[in-house]
Design a protein around this ligand. Structure first.
Ligand code: MSP
Length: 644
C-alpha cells in the first residue's frame, strides 16, 4: 500500500544577512513535525530554502561591491551549514535563483497574463524595501510601514498588476468554509478582517532594478519578489517537472511561517493558486516571534543571537528542545540564556538524564547489565505501563494537532512519574532480598522499557539524543528504522538485552547565566544625602526589572515649544531605525535651539501618552537637583545604541 504523504515547508529565508535564532526556531518546528510524520509512517517532503531576489538583496550586494549572485552564494552556504549543525532533515533546499524555479515563475506569470488576470498599468504607491511590500497611503501608520515601522519609499513606475480583487469573494468563502486553513484562529480572524476591508489588485512587477526573474513577455520588468518567492512551494513539489510527485505532495499540508507573513501565505498565495486552478494548501500556521529583551529579535535592532554559537556551547538537541518546549507555539516567547540553562538542568539533566542514569546503573549493579524479562507484576507497575501507553496515544494526538508543547509535556509527565516509580519501588531494597528477585526484574524491566518508548517519542525533538538512549539500552536494531508503532504496545524490549556503555546525556550546566552587566558608578553624595542612612528611598529592583527598560541613545533632530505650555518642548528624535516625537518637560531649562544635535538618553519602550493632544512615545532622561536640571547625554554614540 502506498504511504500517506505529508508536505511541510518553512518560509524561504532572505539571504540578506546571516540567520539568527528566530529563524532557527521556525526551521526547528518544521523539522520536528517532519521527523514525527516520518516515524508515523508518512512519506514526507520537507522543504526549506532561500528567497534570493529583490531590491533589498540587490542593494546589499551593491554596498559590498559584489554581484548579487556572489553575495547570496556566500550567505546561502552559511544557511546550509547552520541547518546541518542543527540536524535539520529537509528533503530539498530550494534557491529562487535556480533554473527549475525560473521556469515555473515565468510559466505561471505567462499563464495568468494570458487569461487576463495580469494587466499593465501605472503604479504609484509606497514600498517598504526591508519587507519587500507595497502599501497604499491609507495603510501606512504615521507615514511608515505598518509591519516594521520603517520608512517607505515612493514608487512610481509602469507595472503589471494581478487581479486579486476578482478572487476576493472566492477566497473569503474558502477561509470561512475551512476553519483549519489559517491557524491559530486569532490569525484567521485577522485575515478575514483584512479581506473584508477590500483586496486591492497587487503590483507584481518592477522596473527600477533588475535582480529578479524577467517577466517573460516584457523583459524590462522583473517579477515582484513575493510572487516569485511563494511559487517556490510548487516548484519544489514538481509542478513543471514531476507530475507524479506533484500529485502526491500537492496541496501542501502545512506552510509554517512567522505571524508577520501569514498575510502573504493566506491571501496572495491562495489567490495565485486559484487563478492557476491549483488546489490551495491545507494549512498556513503562523507562529509567534522569539523576543529578546522585549523586542522582536532582528539584525536592525542589534539584539540577535547566533544559533551557531549556542549549538557550539550547548549542543543542537538542547537548543532544539528549549525552542520547542519553552515557547508556546503560536505565541511570542522570550529567549534568554538563563531560561535555556534552567531548562537544560531541570528537564534534560535532572529528569531525563537522571532517569537513564539511575536505571542503567541499577541494571548494571543488580543484574550485571542484563535487562531481565519482567517477573511478578503489581498495581504500581500496571499504573506505569498504562501511563506509558496513554502517553503515546496523547502524544500522537497532540503532534497531529501541531500542539508540540503539549506533546512534550506529556512525555515529561511520564519521565517524572517513572523517576517517582523508582523511589516508590526501591529497587536497592528489592536487590537485597533474593525472594524479591521477580519484583526487582519487573521494576528494572519497566524502567528500561519506558526509556525505550521515551527515546522514540523524543526523537523528533532531539534526534541525536534519541539514538544515544537506544544504544545505551543495548537495543541492537537500527534506530534509523524506528517507527511510532514500536512505541505502541508494552513489552517490545526483549528480555535478556545487555545494556551498552553508560554515558551522561546532559551534564548539568554549572556556569552562571550571563547577566546584563550594570555599570558601576560610585554615587556622588549631595550634602543632604550624605547625612541620610541610605542613598535610595525607592524599593529594591532586580537586574531583570532594570532590563525591562529599553534605554537608548537618540539624537535630537528638532525641538519646538508646545503652544500654551511653558514647561513643555516637542522633540523629534532619531532612534537609528525610526524617528519619534516626544514631549518633554524641560522648556524651563533648555532653549529649543540648544537641543538640536544633542545625543541624549531616552527610554523607548515607555507606554505612549497623549500630552496636550500630541502623542509622546518615549521620555528623555535628566538629572535634577533643586532648580537645576541636566539631560543625560552620550556624546558621539550612534543613535539606537543601548544604554545598560
Ligand atoms: N523571504 C521571506 C519569506 C518568503 S516565503 C515564500 C521572509 N524571509 S525572512 O528571512 O525575513 O523571514 C523568514 C521567517 O523567519 C519568517 O517566518 C519570520 O517570521 C521568521 N523570523 C524572523 N525573525 C524571527 C523571530 N525573531 N522569531 C521567530 N521567527 C522569526 O520573510
Amino acid at each position: 500500500m502506498e504511504k500517506k504523504s505529508f508536505y511541510i515547508t518553512t518560509p524561504i529565508y532572505y539571504p540578506s544577512d546571516n540567520l539568527h535564532i528566530g529563524h532557527a526556531y521556525t526551521t526547528t518546528i518544521a523539522d520536528a513535525m517532519a521527523r514525527y510524520k516520518r516515524i508515523a509512517g508518512y512519506d514526507v517532503l520537507f522543504l526549506t530554502g532561500s528567497d534570493e531576489h529583490g531590491q533589498k538583496i540587490q542593494r546589499k550586494a551593491a554596498e559590498q561591491n559584489v554581484t548579487p549572485i556572489e553575495y547570496v552564494d556566500k550567505i546561502v552556504a552559511s544557511f546550509q551549514h547552520l541547518w546541518e549543525k542543527l540536524n535539520i532533515s529537509h528533503d530539498d533546499f530550494i534557491r529562487t535563483t535556480e533554473e527549475r524555479h525560473h521556469e515555473v515563475v515565468q510559466a505561471i506569470f505567462q499563464k495568468i497574463y494570458d487569461q487576463g488576470d495580469i494587466y499593465k498599468a501605472a503604479y504609484e504607491g509606497r514600498y517598504c524595501t526591508p519587507c519587500e511590500t507595497f502599501w497604499v497611503e491609507r495603510q501606512l501608520v504615521d507615514g511608515k510601514c505598518p509591519d516594521c515601522g520603517r520608512t517607505v519609499e515612493v514608487v512610481q513606475e509602469e507595472s503589471y498588476f494581478f487581479r486579486m480583487s476578482k478572487y476576493q469573494d472566492r477566497l473569503l468563502s474558502y477561509i470561512e468554509e475551512n476553519p483549519d486553513f489559517i491557524q491559530p484562529s486569532s490569525r484567521r480572524n485577522e485575515m478575514i478582517n483584512f479581506i473584508k476591508g477590500g483586496l486591492e489588485d497587487l503590483c507584481v512587477s518592477r522596473t527600477t532594478f533588475d535582480w529578479g526573474i524577467p517577466v517573460p513577455f516584457d523583459t524590462k520588468h522583473v517579477v515582484y519578489v513575493w510572487f516569485d518567492a511563494l511559487t517556490n512551494y510548487i516548484t519544489a513539489a514538481g509542478y513543471l517537472d514531476d507530475r507524479d510527485k506533484f500529485s502526491k505532495f500537492w496541496p501542501a499540508d502545512i506552510h509554517l511561517v512567522g505571524k508577520e507573513i501569514v498575510r502573504f501565505h493566506s491571501i496572495i498565495w491562495p489567490v495565485i493558486l486559484m487563478a492557476l486552478d491549483i488546489e490551495v494548501p491545507k494549512k498556513v500556521y503562523g507562529h509567534g516571534w522569539l523576543i529578546m529583551e522585549g523586542d522582536k529579535m532582528s539584525k536592525s535592532k542589534g539584539n540577535v543571537i547566533d544559533p551557531l554559537v549556542l549549538i557550539e556551547e550547548f549542543g543542537p538537541d538542547a537548543i532544539r528542545y528549549f525552542l520547542l518546549r519553552e515557547i508556546t507555539l503560536g505565541q511570542d516567547g522570550n529567549f534568554s540564556r538563563e531560561a535555556l540553562i534552567n531548562r537544560m538542568n531541570a528537564d534534560l539533566a535532572n529528569d531525563l538524564g537522571n532517569l537513564l542514569h539511575r536505571s542503567l546503573s541499577m541494571i548494571g549493579r543488580f543484574n550485571g547489565g542484563i535487562i531481565e524479562a519482567a517477573g511478578d507484576v503489581e498495581g504500581i507497575d500496571q499504573e506505569l505501563t498504562e501511563l506509558a501507553q496513554n502517553t503515546v496515544i496523547q502524544y500522537e494526538k497532540f503532534m497531529d494537532d501541531m500542539d508540540i508543547n503539549a506533546a512534550i509535556k506529556a512525555v515529561w509527565t511520564l519521565i517524572g512519574r517513572t523517576n517517582k516509580y523508582i523511589d516508590e519501588t526501591g529497587p536497592w531494597a528489592l536487590a537485597k532480598d533474593e525472594a524479591k528477585r521477580g519484583r526487582l526484574n519487573t521494576v528494572l524491566y519497566n524502567l528500561a522499557e519506558t526509556l525505550r518508548i521515551v527515546s522514540i517519542l523524543i526523537y523528533p525533538l532531539m534526534p541525536v539524543t534519541a539514538p544515544k538512549i537506544w544504544a545505551q539500552l543495548g537495543i541492537d536494531s537500527d534506530f534509523g528504522a524506528v517507527s511510532l508503532t514500536d512505541a505502541k504496545g508494552w513489552g517490545k524490549l526483549p528480555g535478556g538485552t545487555k545494556v551498552g556503555a553508560l554515558e551522561p546525556l546532559f551534564p548539568r550546566v554549572e556556569d552562571k547565566p550571563v547577566e546584563a552587566v550594570a555599570p558601576v558608578i560610585e554615587p556622588v553624595k549631595t550634602k543632604a544625602q550624605s547625612t541620610a542612612e541610605s542613598a535610595s528611598d525607592m524599593p529594591e529592583v532586580t537586574i531583570e526589572d532594570f532590563a525591562k527598560m529599553d534605554l537608548r541613545v537618540v539624537k535630537v533632530l528638532a525641538a519646538e515649544k508646545v503652544a500654551k505650555a511653558d514647561k513643555l518642548l516637542k522633540l523629534t528624535v532619531d532612534l537609528g531605525t525610526e524617528e519619534r516625537t516626544i514631549i518633554s518637560g524641560i522648556a524651563k531649562h533648555y532653549a529649543p535651539e540648544e537641543l538640536v544635535g544633542k545625543d541624549v538618553v531616552m527610554i523607548i519602550n515607555l507606554k505612549p501618552a497623549k500630552i496636550r493632544g500630541i502623542e509622546s512615545r518615549g521620555m528623555v532622561l535628566a538629572a535634577s537637583c533643586g532648580e537645576k536640571l541636566a539631560l543625560v547625554t552620550a556624546a558621539e554614540m550612534v543613535p539606537g545604541s543601548r544604554v545598560k
